[in-house]
Design a protein around this ligand. Structure first.
Ligand SMILES: [Zn+2]
Length: 135
């Protein structure tokens, strides 16, 4: 057996979740300007990757950046001109607060929204804790 097949074999025997956790990275926003508006063209992809509802992410992002925006066809259009760095930093803050478990630091969490409270539930370590509701 050569080295490559050994490597593939080792990989196949790893539980799938271990590998996906190791590879988790906050996706970078793809941003372009349309006149005086800023469009994030991969917005829904980012939300998919973070496993969060685009409405929730949009609310957070707009509040954080301090502007209005509209979602269409997997993109979000922000009123005003913003740099990719500004947008990435807001998304990163969202991930810190609403995706990564603060106990085990894995992204395998769910947000549970009740009437006035939001709770993070971690599927990796079982932690549950309240977070600020995004409104
Ligand atoms: Zn956890």
């Amino acid at each position: 057996m050569d080295y490559d097949s050994l490597l593939n074999r080792g990989k196949a025997e790893l539980p799938e979740s271990v590998e996906s956790k190791a590879r988790f990275e906050v996706p970078a926003a793809r941003v372009h300007l349309e006149g005086k508006k800023t469009v994030i063209t991969n917005f829904d992809d980012i939300c998919d990757r973070l496993n969060r509802d685009p409405d929730t992410v949009a609310k957070y992002l707009l509040r954080e950046i301090g502007t209005a925006g509209a979602r269409t066809d997997g993109r979000i259009t922000l009123t005003g001109i913003f740099s990719p760095a500004q947008i990435d930093s807001a998304i990163r803050q969202f991930v810190e607060a609403y995706v990564m478990c603060k106990v085990c630091h894995l992204p395998d969490t769910k947000l549970i929204k009740e009437k006035r409270a939001t709770t993070i539930v971690c599927e990796a370590c079982g932690a549950r804790y309240p977070v600020k509701t995004i409104s």
